[in-house]
Design a binder for this molecule. Sequence first.
Ligand code: PRP
Length: 205
Amino acid sequence: MLNIALPKGRLGNKVYALLDKLGYSCPELLEDNRKLVFENAASGVRYFLVKPTDVATYVERGAADVGVVGKDILREKDYDLYELMDLKFGKCRMAIAAKNGYVEDPDSVLRVATKYTNTTKRYFSSIDREIEIIELHGSIELAPILDLSDVIVDIVETGSTLRENDLSVIKEIENISARLIANKSSYRFKENEIRQLEEKIGKEI
Ligand code: PRP
């Protein structure tokens, strides 16, 4: 049985569609219910539905053998796991954004709202810019609108959240996409199953 941590939401839906196609199906997952564990003995899989930001933790600690996670999450913390494959979807950009027409004052400390505190610190220290981080956990775009921050650092996919809130990208920091990750000891003990998964995905993407 292969234990797979699936991120809830947009990315997880894409991942499940791919795995379903490759024979790792579990139709119950598509039902409208509040279950978090789904098992299909026939295809040898057990899925856990977890918060996207928690996938790497489940995999690192071996609660799941493999998982799919955005590179944005992997760059936030040094997880002890294998990053097996770039899935080439879930593509977005980590970017700095501000209200339309915003002009930066280089003499004052920049107030940056973000949930990506480490990525943000790393970037601004690389350009030697003094900042104050305002850590939030969602709806980051509200911060500059309410003058809680000057700018935000967040992921931009279609750009519609920024557009609909009169914000725009000032600078793109890095490209992001979804990664297949594996627990280190699972990779040893379930080598065949995980390699097979990798191969099937590799042929499909
Ligand atoms: C993410 C991100 C942006 C949005 C970008 O939020 O934080 O708000 O997606 O996507 P877009 O460019 O396609 O509009 P998410 O949907 O994960 O919700 P959150 O506000 O709870 O973080």
